[in-house]
Structure formats: C-alpha cells, structure tokens
Write a protein that binds this ligand. Structure first.
Ligand code: 5GP
Length: 188
C-alpha cells in the first residue's frame, strides 16, 4: 500500500471551502478529514476519536512538552492541535488526510511533512465579491465581516506559498479543478 498524503486547504472565511471539501469527499473514497486533539468538552453527540481526540489540559500540555504536535493553538481558552502520532498512523495506513486550516497552520504542517504535503488555496474572485458573500450569508455582524475581510487580505497576500491556487467563482468549476489536481497526484 502506498503512503497517504496531507492535503492542506486554506481559504478566507466565506470562500466556500467547506462546501468544496464536502463535494470532494463524495468523489474520493480515500480522503479522511483530519481529527485534531482539543481540551474543550465534547458538544452534543461528539465522540472521542471521531470529531476530536478529547484530552485533559494536563495531557495536552504533556504532549506539547514531548513535542508530539505538528502544530497547536490556544483558541478561546482551549487548546487545539494536530498530533504527529495521528498523522503518521493515517499516512502509514495509506489514508489521505484533509486539513482545513489557516495559513499559519498550513505552513507549519508543510514544514513538518514537506514531502507528503500538498497545499491548496481557494480564493474568491475579489474582496468585493467576498464581502457580498459574507453579507448574504447573514451570520456575522458588520464588525465581524470587516475583521474577516481584513484577515482575508492578509491570507491572500500569502497565496504564493501554496502549490495550487484555485479561484472559486462557481463551486462546480472549483470542485472540477481540484478534482483534476488530486487525480494528477494519484488520489482516488
Ligand atoms: P470548535 O471548538 O468550534 O470545534 O473549533 C474552534 C476553532 O478551533 C476553529 O476555528 C477551528 O478551526 C480551530 N481548530 C480546530 N482544530 C484545530 C487544530 O488542530 N489546530 C488549530 N490550529 N486550530 C484548530
């Protein structure tokens, strides 16, 4: 069995990344969404090892000390991170792991697995277009939208770090383009 790959996706919030990834996962049977570790409590029906690996703060900190994380972050008073043991096991089982991370997380993952990572950036046709999408989505306040747009520009400035840049003007076209990219690197 050949070793799996790390497929790292980033996109400014509102670009349609989640929809695109959901579509790709219908086409490709060997894709698995990365399971992170976290210290936050499970919500609703979340199960250990399915949505997240739920760790105590002490266990998480021990793993940090032992350099067990590819990357980790403190978000809203909780820790979140990607365990090397999880990535290594999945890759050795031939699984291709999908990461949906910000630019910083993407670069850290690539640094840890330079030969096995493929970085894909999905970008909107324009910042103006993104603004309209965020406003139409109607889930964020205008203040949050302003913040997301500013952050989007910061992320767009780093697009050259990515192996592939895909414009999402129309979801089906973006999905087709990424499908071709994945087939070219023998993902099926
Ligand atoms: P939630 O608690 O809603 O599941 O996630 C909260 C935030 O943590 C989200 O923004 C999510 O992207 C981020 N997050 C989840 N897993 C990881 C991870 O492994 N690494 C990093 N850096 N952030 C993560």
């Amino acid at each position: 069995m050949s070793k799996g790959k790390l497929l790292i996706f980033s996109a400014p919030s509102g670009t349609g990344k989640t929809t695109i990834i959901t579509e790709l996962m219908k086409t490709f049977s060997q894709l698995e969404f990365s399971i992170s570790a976290t210290t936050r409590k499970p919500r609703g029906n979340e199960k250990n090892g399915v949505e997240y690996f739920f760790l105590t703060k002490e266990d998480f900190q021990e793993n940090i000390q032992a350099d067990e994380f590819v990357e980790y972050k403190n978000v809203y008073e909780n820790y979140y991170g990607t365990l090397k043991s999880y990535v290594d096991r999945s890759l050795n089982e031939g699984k291709n792991i999908i990461f949906d991370v910000d630019v910083q997380g993407a670069l850290e993952i690539k640094k840890a697995y330079p030969d096995d990572s493929v970085m894909i950036f999905i970008y909107p046709p324009s910042i103006e277009d993104l603004k309209i999408r965020l406003e139409t989505r109607d889930t964020d306040s205008s203040e949050t939208i302003e913040k997301r747009l500013k952050y989007a520009q910061t992320e767009l400035d780093q697009i050259d770090h990515y192996d592939h840049q895909v414009k999402n003007e129309k979801i089906t076209d973006a999905v087709d383009e990424i499908t071709k990219i994945l087939k070219n690197i023998n993902i099926n």
